[in-house]
Design a protein. Structure first.
Length: 121
């Protein structure tokens, strides 16, 4: 019985992976422990389309910014099949202790993503 439950759980985890985009958000360059108001930095966004046949174009990916301002962005580039990358130049507008974050949003019938990334202030 335990084997059946364990195998069912592994199967369910595998299915979830098939139905969602996987964003990885990082700071490009040397990371700092805290960022000050008006400081500029580059954020790298990498999205892996795990289901490979997404009907939502990568250009329809949205960004919700709180406590930061997006100054500019590169075009999306496919670094390998199903993996897209883009860099955003942002400026921190949050004051010390306030929230500074950017959320990557993709809405599709297979789950999409809604992934926040907090920038320490």
């Amino acid at each position: 019985m335990k084997k059946i439950v364990f195998l069912s759980l592994l199967f369910a985890i595998g299915l979830v992976r098939l139905f969602a985009c996987e964003p990885i958000i990082t700071i490009d360059g040397k990371e700092k422990s805290k960022y000050k108001t008006n400081e500029e930095l580059i954020i790298k966004v990498q999205i892996t389309l795990t289901h490979r046949n997404c009907n939502v174009d990568i250009k329809n990916t949205k960004f919700d910014a709180e406590g930061i301002k997006i100054l500019s962005a590169t075009d999306w580039k496919e670094s390998e099949p199903g993996v897209w990358e883009r860099k955003l130049k942002v400026k921190v507008t949050a004051k010390k202790g306030q929230t500074a974050k950017i959320t990557v949003i993709r809405a599709c019938s297979k789950g999409g993503c809604n992934q926040p990334f907090v920038i320490p202030t």
